[in-house]
Design a protein around this ligand. Structure first.
Ligand SMILES: Nc1ncnc2c1ncn2[C@@H]1O[C@H](COP(=O)(O)OP(=O)(O)OP(=O)(O)O)[C@@H](O)[C@H]1O
Ligand SMILES: O=C(O)C1=C[C@@H](O)[C@@H](O)[C@H](O)C1
Ligand SMILES: [Mg+2]
Length: 290
């Protein structure tokens, strides 16, 4: 590949990474451009792979999404543990299915304390049914139902919009970790509802995966949209009509491999609440049952 073609390909990959990280975070283009202090138009060009990006811009974007800048660039750190480099090379030789299997095996080998607790956590995109099913499941097994977002709001003494405005992503993510940590510490039994974007913060998601039996509550994009529309506020989905549908699909795609790390999957598509509850109850009985 000539130098120019290589540069174009790299700019495209960079744009793609920025767009995916933004979607995982649930930030709109407007949010990110405001937090980073760059224009929405430039951000659109960058995401489309059409910008010659400076290090300064990358730094501003990384700060605004509370990511290490190395997540946005492709450089390989030189001072990594050699075993880690070998492990990555080995994982690279596997098929995507084998990579997922390897990840589950690794996580199970390092999982702590889950067998001693009765904790179930529900993850998934807006409108999946986490609150509807979580409340009923908790009632059935006689354990508390806790929404991480409510704990965050309680700790901060503000609602979500105010928290994001006054503390930004970084402050919000710190609060989210503390809220989860405190909830886990104080509950050996519970059904927990995770906010849709918690999975994008690796340290927080790892804590959730290590301390709870996790279920990805799924639906088709059409059903997510239909259910979210019924709730009034579309966040984090942007746009209207077909554009909103495309945005929802791209958020789901950007988070698929993260939600996919959950221990089990519950597909609620085409099912009634009662049918989904029965299925969820069976899935979680080994963890919540006495
Ligand atoms: N099979 C089903 N399982 C769960 N909910 C369903 C099902 N079919 C329809 N619904 C409806 O979908 C909606 C799900 O909304 P709910 O608030 O529970 O989702 P959520 O995952 O908690 O979303 P959010 O991320 O916004 O908190 C409810 O109105 C519920 O009645
Ligand atoms: O999926 C998401 O990105 C979000 C889901 C909601 O629970 C809120 O946490 C917020 O609106 C972001
Ligand atoms: Mg909910």
């Amino acid at each position: 590949m000539g130098d120019q073609a290589e540069f174009v390909a790299m700019a495209r990959r960079l744009g793609d990474r920025v767009r995916r990280f933004r979607a995982r975070r649930g930030m709109s283009r407007k949010d990110l451009s405001q937090h980073a202090g760059i224009s929405e138009r430039y951000l659109a060009q960058l995401e489309g792979g059409q910008a010659n990006v400076s290090y300064n811009i990358l730094w501003l974007l990384a700060q605004a999404m509370d990511l290490p800048i190395t997540e946005l660039i492709e450089a390989e750190a030189e001072d990594q543990n050699p075993d880690l480099i070998l492990a990555r090379k080995f994982l690279d030789t596997l098929t995507p299915d084998q990579q997922s299997e390897a990840y589950v095996l690794l996580r199970q080998s390092f999982k702590r304390g889950i067998k001693l607790s009765r904790r179930v956590a529900l993850v998934g995109l807006r409108g999946a049914g986490k609150t509807t099913l979580g409340e009923k499941l908790a009632e059935r097994y006689g354990v508390p139902f806790v929404r991480v977002t409510s704990v965050i709001e309680q700790i901060a003494g503000m609602d979500m919009t105010e928290i994001l405005l006054s503390m930004g992503q970084k402050g919000y993510r710190k609060l989210e970790y503390s809220a989860l940590d405190a909830t886990i510490e104080s509950h050996a039994s519970l059904v927990l509802e995770s906010g849709g974007s918690l999975v994008s913060e690796s340290q927080t998601y790892d804590l959730l995966l290590q301390s709870c039996f996790t279920v990805w509550v799924q639906a088709t994009p059409e059903e997510h949209m239909h259910r979210v529309m019924g709730q009034g506020d579309l966040r984090p989905i942007e746009g209207q009509g077909q554009a909103a549908m495309e945005d929802l699909k791209s958020i789901l795609e950007a988070r698929r491999h993260l939600y996919g790390r959950a221990d089990a999957v519950l597909n609620t598509s085409g099912k009634t609440v009662e049918q989904s509850l029965e299925e969820l109850s069976r899935l979680t009985a080994p963890h919540l049952g006495l």
